[in-house]
Design a protein around this ligand. Structure first.
Ligand code: NAD
Ligand code: IPM
Ligand code: MN
Length: 347
């Protein structure tokens, strides 16, 4: 029997609730199809930081390396640990260390979900660069606390990094409707973003079957709202992709639906699957977080692991539930009732 060994990092706030729901769904679908899943839970979180002074142990990355995949809930509890410390201590190092350069974020309306736009045909795949760009972490502060203080945050765009994420986007477009939108801000940012545009033009020659468009990030934000049906695959840098995917989440009915996969495309290292949303401190402990984004992310994990039927069954179960209206109005239903309905829909 095929068997997959998964690292669970539930994290903070609503992270543990939605991860538990997703894992129950994974266990059930594995049983019904006939493959084995085992998990090891890592308590790495802001609470762990308060206890140990670190978000994960010094050898945390090495501990994760042996797993087939990582399923993560959410990281961050700003009341206790600055976000810049918690995210740079856990989530971002995992994405970088395992070269999970392709962050895939599907945005589409599940049946019965009424997004804020007057459309029922919203289906965009965002591909976000995930290891460099504006979130490279390069920079520093000098003369701290004085009037002469300087803060520098340097964007890093490498030819390797830009080429590989664009190629990944072109390949995804080939599997979908054949359209690629590349997002930059090359009118204002004349070094990095012009570089990105040049590489887009160069690679387009290798993909004559793909219709390529380029947009500035500001115009793309408006287009996603005004003409979402003109878009198929959207490729963007780390920061721009981050912002556009919260917009995509809103259009698909809320952050409780938006799933995400941090992919190491050459499969030399584990990939990580997590909802787009964070720890939601405003609703944590209320038991009303929507677990669908986490369950959808788990479906992406199963697809990546080579279990497409299991992934399909999870997605069908989610649709069966949203079609009844359950989970479609933010804050109305409990995490537990939605999770149980998904399990029941799995049969
Ligand atoms: P957030 O995504 O946690 O919350 C934004 C809004 O969406 C809140 O009103 C929240 O209640 C709502 N929301 C989010 N997920 C939901 C769900 N599943 N069901 C229903 N409503 C949901 O963003 P934030 O408030 O900016 O960040 C909170 C913390 O999470 C911060 O520490 C931030 O750095 C961190 N964060 C972590 C990740 C991650 O681990 N991948 C992602 C984003 C933010
Ligand atoms: C996301 C999150 C993270 C990111 C933060 C928490 C660092 O917002 O996954 O979208 O920007 O990558
Ligand atoms: Mn984000």
């Amino acid at each position: 029997m095929k068997s997959y060994n998964i690292a669970l990092i539930p994290g903070d706030g609503i992270g543990p609730d939605v991860t538990r729901a997703a894992w129950r769904a994974v266990e059930k679908v594995a049983l019904s199809i006939g493959f084995a899943v085992t998990s090891t839970e890592f308590p790495w979180s802001c609470a762990y930081y308060k206890k140990t002074g670190a978000m994960m142990p010094a050898d945390g990355i090495e501990q994760l390396r042996a797993f087939d995949a990582i399923l993560l809930g959410a990281v961050g509890w700003p009341a206790q640990v600055p976000d810049s410390v918690s995210l740079h201590g856990l989530l971002l190092p995992i994405r970088k260390a395992f070269v999970q350069y392709a962050n895939i974020r599907p945005h589409r309306l599940l049946p019965g979900v009424q997004g804020p736009l007057k459309t029922d045909a919203f289906d965009i795949l965002c591909i976000r660069e995930n290891t460099e760009g504006e979130y490279s972490g390069a920079g520093g502060r000098v003369h701290q606390g004085t009037p002469d203080e300087v803060a520098i945050e340097t964007s890093i765009f490498t030819r390797t990094g830009v080429e590989r994420i664009l190629r990944f986007g072109f390949e995804q477009a080939r599997k979908r409707r054949g359209k690629l939108a590349s997002v930059t801000k090359s009118n204002a940012q004349k070094h990095t973003m012009v570089f990105w545009d040049e590489i887009t033009t160069k690679l387009a020659a290798d993909y004559p079957d793909i219709e390529v468009s380029t947009y500035h990030i500001d115009a793309m934000a408006a287009r996603m709202v005004m003409a979402p049906n003109s878009l198929d695959v959207v490729v963007a840098s780390n920061l721009f992709g981050d912002i556009l995917t919260d917009l995509g989440a809103a259009i698909q009915g809320g952050l409780g639906f938006a799933a995400s996969a941090n992919i190491n495309p050459d499969r030399s290292q584990p990939s990580m699957f997590e909802p787009v949303h964070g720890s939601a401190p405003d609703i944590a402990h209320l038991g009303i977080a929507n677990p669908m984004a986490a369950i959808w992310s788990a479906a992406m994990m199963l697809e990546h692991l080579g279990e497409p039927e299991a992934a399909d069954r999870l997605m069908t179960a989610l649709s069966d539930v949203t079609r009844t209206g359950l989970g479609t109005v933010p804050g109305k239903d409990t995490t537990e009732s939605i999770a149980t309905a998904v399990l029941n829909a799995l049969g």
